[in-house]
Design a binder for this molecule. Structure first.
Ligand code: C2E
Ligand code: CA
Ligand code: CA
Length: 610
């Protein structure tokens, strides 16, 4: 009894599971004389494993269970005399049991006491075995049985501890590794950078973002998206060196740390290899897809840049790769940083600027190419005063589109231009007012209604208004809300123009379907028209097919006499550009047009050319 109490005490005090078992078995050994004792727990794979943590006497390790202990199971106690199976221990176990002379000693057990322990999900045995005794006594079996609850407690405790340990390691793993790809996660990654910085190591950072991942996810479902992400993680890991780190930062973003890169060329080669590995086709739901990615690279020897800044720079470079058309890599340079800072500045100031109405409008006349008379006026927005523009529309409009601020700003532009239009009625009644419109605006369900009511309150005829839509936008014009808005406006007589034609991806099919009446050839085509025959032929073709589709052609950004000449010769209907008039405030444009006559030398050239 005393020994039992002592055993219980052990159970309470013991911190180490191994100690706990050993002491229980020690207590038992004072009552029963045995050579070997152990507690065996059956594993999920059917093996009995010693519940000891580690002990020299735990020779019962990994004994196959089959056929050995059946008689001792089902809660019944049993003594075993035939231990032949037990002697088939794995060789490795036997080898450990060597005597003083170093000769391997195979234990020759003669008998054993075995009880199966109840109340646990896994089968469990408490065993005492002897090399000398032919048979244990009944009394000894009863003693062993009285130890059963103690053993059960001990095993339960050890299992709990094992579970806790498992949980702790799993949590530890999850804190540093990504569940889906098994790659290090952002925590691990940032920790790694910190370690490298502290060790004064040089490293390059690559930011990798999959192209069009959202489309893949939307088309094939999230499960397929997950497969793609794991595959890409796997492919990248296969490309990089052992000392490099590939981490998943979240979503479809990965990052790579290249330790002590040899040169920027070696980083470039790695980028090329990564792009190639990523580009390998794969099948998702029976569809063959070719994934691509954009890679931003920060390769620098500068040491005093904070970690976050380095990551930001690699990210900025990645956006650079996106704008360069994706499926490519781009190295960071300082110019990119100032661009991002500008964007950030715009994004944070824009909402306030709209509330404060820090904008004004300018108008740029568009002339017909025969009589050089003004036929259209393009409304262009400016941020800041005449003397000091805060940001150019080329910079802030895309951000306003991205943040949705363009809706409110666009409403203000329409309202303001309609008001200003009223003040120069005499001039404008033969002119069309051209407003730039963003896709985001037309995607609002109520856009056409709001537009029409604004126009109606200003008593302006819809037929005097033309909305310029960028070519890309027309190509993406599959949105139902957008088409509804277009139709409604068209039915009220509003005109439409393709803006920036030639820069985007619209096909002839899109153009044919689109209810436009005018096509504006982008400035980038005009710029080279004087230098390149090809460019000239291309523009001639554009003009030709536009006329077939009964579209008027406007050439944008005409700056030189030579360009003007060529364009007039090619049959362009309208000319817009600094050569004739720059965008200016309403009053100024009004004054210019009242006194307008085409500069004589241009008229002359035109006459000669035609
Ligand atoms: P866009 O619609 O292609 O407008 C024509 C741009 O070319 C204007 O630049 C105009 O000032 C400029 N431009 C005209 N002729 C010449 C020329 O001969 N040489 C040169 N170098 N440039 C010329 P701006 O005003 O800076 O506008 C840039 C872009 O910002 C516009 O391109 C348009 O996409 C957008 N934007 C401007 N105002 C608005 C607006 O009120 N609403 C919307 N949604 N977008 C606007
Ligand atoms: Ca325009
Ligand atoms: Ca344009």
């Amino acid at each position: 009894m005393e020994t039992l109490v002592e055993g219980l005490q052990v159970l309470n005090d013991s911190q180490m599971v191994g100690d706990m078992y050993r002491q229980i078995l020690d207590c038992l050994n004072r009552l029963i004389e045995f050579d070997y004792a152990t507690i065996l727990v059956e594993n999920d794979d059917g093996y009995l494993t010693s519940a000891f943590a580690s002990d020299t006497r735990s020779t019962f390790n990994r004994v196959p269970i089959e056929g050995v202990f059946e008689r001792g199971l089902n809660g019944r106690a049993a003594t075993l005399t035939n231990l032949s199976v037990l002697q088939e221990w794995p060789e490795s176990q036997i080898d450990k049991e060597t005597d003083d002379s170093g000769v391997s000693k195979r234990p020759t057990l003669k008998s054993a006491l075995i009880i199966s322990l109840p109340a646990l999900s896994n089968r469990m045995l408490l065993i005492c075995a002897s090399e000398k005794l032919a048979k244990f006594k009944r009394k000894e079996l009863d003693l062993l049985k009285s130890f059963a609850p103690l053993a059960v407690q001990a095993v339960r405790r050890s299992q709990e501890m094992a579970q806790l340990n498992y949980l702790a390691t799993t949590l530890e793993h999850q804190a540093h590794f990504d569940l889906l790809t098994g790659l290090p996660n952002r925590n691990y990654y940032e920790r790694k950078l910190q370690d490298l910085d502290e060790a004064n190591e040089i490293y390059s950072i690559l930011f990798i973002d999959l192209d069009n991942f959202k489309t893949i996810n939307d088309t094939f479902g999230h499960a397929a998206g997950d497969i793609l992400l794991s595959e890409i993680g796997f492919r990248m890991s296969a490309v990089v060196g052992d000392s490099d780190t590939v981490a998943r930062m979240g979503g479809d973003e990965f990052s790579l740390i290249i330790q002590s890169p040899r040169s920027s060329q070696s980083v470039e080669i790695l980028c090329i290899q990564l792009l190639e590995a990523i580009r390998e086709p794969l099948y998702l739901r029976n569809s063959r897809i070719i994934p691509t990615a954009s890679i931003g690279v920060l390769h620098t020897n500068e040491k005093n840049i904070p970690r976050q800044q380095k990551m930001l720079r690699a990210d900025i470079a990645m956006y650079g790769a996106k704008t360069q058309g994706r499926n490519c890599y781009c190295f960071f340079n300082k110019k990119m940083e100032s661009r991002v800072q500008t964007e950030f500045d715009i994004e944070s100031k824009l909402p306030f600027a709209i509330k404060q109405q820090q904008f004004h409008l300018v108008y740029q006349p568009i002339f017909d190419s025969k009589a050089f008379e003004c036929r259209r006026l393009e409304v262009l927005v400016r941020w800041g005063s005449d003397q000091e523009a805060t940001h150019s529309p080329g910079n802030f409009i895309p951000i306003a589109e991205k943040t949705g601020a363009i809706v409110e700003l666009g409403d203000w532009i329409l309202q303001q231009s309609l008001e200003e239009l009223g003040s120069w009625l005499g001039l404008t009644k033969n002119n069309i007012l051209c407003l730039n419109l963003s896709q985001v605006q037309l995607q609002r369900t109520d856009y056409s209604d709001r537009f029409l009511s604004q126009v109606e309150s200003a008593s302006v005829d819809c037929r005097q208004l033309e909305l310029e839509l960028s070519e890309n936008f027309i190509a993406e014009c599959i949105d139902e809300t957008l088409s509804d808005n277009l139709r409604k406006l068209k039915n009220h007589g509003v005109r439409f123009a393709f803006d920036d034609f030639g820069t985007g991806k619209s096909s002839l099919l899109h153009i044919q379907k689109f209810p436009g009446t005018c096509l504006k050839i982008d400035k980038t085509f005009i710029d080279n028209i004087a230098k390149s025959d090809n460019q000239r032929r291309l523009i001639a073709g554009m003009i030709d097919f536009s006329h077939h589709l009964e579209l008027d052609v406007v050439a944008e950004g005409v700056e030189t006499e030579e360009q003007l000449n060529i364009l007039c010769n090619l049959g362009t209907d309208y000319i817009q550009g600094y050569i004739l008039a720059k965008p200016a405030r309403a009053e100024e444009t009004l004054k210019l047009l009242e006194q307008w006559h085409c500069p004589d030398h241009l008229n002359y050239r035109h006459a000669v050319a035609s």
